[in-house]
Design a binder for this molecule. Structure first.
Ligand SMILES: [Zn+2]
Length: 340
C-alpha cells in the first residue's frame, strides 16, 4: 500500500478557520509492492509476484493504494472532523478508452468482439477507470482522511506515446483542493528482439514483453535459426508498451502473453483444426515442436490443430495463444533439443 499525503494549510479569518491557498507538501510517491491477480480473463490467472516501480500503478484492475490527505490549521496542527471529498477522473488517454460503448467501438474496429468488451466493462471485469472506495472521508484525530484507490486496465492508447494517467482531486468544504496524479502501466516491458532467420514480429501494435520473456524468445529464435528451420517463428501480438487493455485481445495486459502463427511451409499464415483438417501450407511437425518448446518453458498453450499439443479454445485455428501468467518463464531453457 502506498501512502500519499497532501497537506492543506488553512489560514484564519474572523476567528474562523478558513483554508488558505498556502501550498504545502507535495505528494510523496512511495514504492508499491503488489501481486498481479488478473483473474479478469477467461483463460488466465496468476499468483506471480512482480515488483513495481514506485511511480506506476499496474494496469491489473486489482492493485489498491491508500491515498491520505492531511488537513492542518495555520499552525500546522492536525484538524479532526474535516470532511474531504474525493473525485477521480482520467487525464489520458480519453475518448473511447474510457467507456463501455467506446471500448466496444475499439474492439469492433480491430476485428475484435465489441459486444463482449462492452459487456465486460458493464460487469466491472474490464475497468476503464480506477475507482475509489468512497467519495468522501472525514479526518481523524491525526487530521488524516484516507480513501482507497483501485487501478484500471487502461495503460495507454494505440499511439503508446504516454502512459495512462488518472487523477484524484481532494476538495475541502471551503472549496480548497489538491490534485494527485496517478500513472498507470507496467514500466519495464521490453521490445521483443528480432532474430533474423529465427524469430520475427509481424503486424503487431503491441511488441513488448516482460524482460524474462524477452530473453526466452531471444533464445528460442537462436535455437530455431541454429536448427535451420526454413522460416522463423512469427509473433503477431505481445503487449502494448505499458501493457494494459489491448483491443482486440482480452488478455495480453501484462507482458506475459503472446499470439504466434502456427508454422507453415511457406512462411505465410496458416491454420489447422481440431478435426485434423488444415491449410495446405501447414507445417504440423514444426508447429508441434514449437508448442512443445513453449510448454517446456512453463507456459500454457492454446491451439486447435489436431495432435499439435495445444489446448482447444474457440478461435484458435489460425493462431497459437501462449501465456506464462501462471508460471515463471524458465530462463535456463535452451530448447535446441526440442526444436531440432
Ligand atoms: Zn492471444
Amino acid at each position: 500500500m502506498a501512502k500519499r499525503r497532501t497537506t492543506f494549510l488553512p489560514g484564519t479569518e474572523s476567528g474562523v478557520n478558513v483554508f488558505s491557498d498556502a501550498e504545502a507538501v507535495e505528494p510523496q510517491i512511495a514504492d508499491i509492492s503488489s501481486v498481479i491477480h488478473p483473474a479478469d480473463d477467461d483463460i488466465e490467472q496468476t499468483g506471480e509476484e512482480v515488483g513495481i516501480a514506485g511511480s506506476s500503478y499496474p494496469p491489473d484492475g486489482r492493485t489498491t493504494a491508500t491515498i491520505s490527505v492531511t488537513v492542518t490549521d495555520q499552525h500546522e496542527n492536525p484538524m479532526p472532523g474535516q470532511r474531504v471529498r474525493f473525485n477521480l477522473s482520467y487525464v489520458r488517454p480519453g475518448g473511447n478508452w474510457r467507456s463501455a460503448s467506446g471500448l466496444k467501438l475499439l474492439y469492433n474496429q480491430n476485428n475484435g468482439n465489441g459486444a463482449k468488451a462492452e459487456r465486460l466493462v458493464n460487469q466491472g471485469v474490464i475497468r476503464v477507470l480506477g475507482t475509489l472506495n468512497d467519495s468522501s472521508a472525514t479526518t481523524g484525530s491525526d487530521g488524516v482522511a484516507t480513501v482507497i484507490y483501485r487501478t484500471s486496465h487502461i495503460a495507454s492508447d494505440f499511439s503508446q506515446n504516454s502512459r495512462a494517467r488518472e487523477k484524484i482531486v481532494a476538495i475541502l468544504s471551503n472549496g480548497k483542493q489538491r490534485t494527485l496524479n496517478l500513472n498507470i502501466g507496467w514500466p519495464r516491458l521490453q521490445q521483443i528482439s528480432n532474430v533474423p532467420g529465427g524469430l520475427r514480429v509481424i503486424g503487431a501494435r503491441g511488441t513488448r514483453v516482460h524482460p524474462k520473456l524477452r530473453e526466452f524468445l531471444k533464445n528460442l529464435g537462436d535455437d530455431v535459426k541454429g536448427a535451420n528451420w526454413p522460416h522463423p517463428v512469427t509473433v503477431t501480438a505481445a503487449s502494448l508498451r505499458w501493457g494494459g487493455q489491448y483491443p482486440p485481445h482480452f488478455s495480453h495486459k501484462h507482458g506475459w502473453t503472446l499470439d504466434l502463427r502456427p508454422m507453415s511451409k511457406d512462411g505465410e499464415s496458416t491454420w489447422a483444426k481440431q478435426d485434423g483438417s488444415s491449410a495446405s501450407n501447414y507445417d504440423r511437425s514444426r508447429t508441434k515442436r514449437l508448442i512443445r518448446a513453449l510448454k517446456e518453458s512453463g507456459s500454457t498453450v492454446y491451439f486447435n490443430g489436431k495432435g499439435a499439443g495445444g489446448k482447444f479454445k474457440n478461435g484458435h485455428d489460425n493462431h497459437i495463444h501462449v501465456t506464462w501468467l501462471t508460471s515463471n518463464v524458465s530462463l535456463a531453457a535452451r530448447l535446441g533439443n526440442v526444436i531440432a
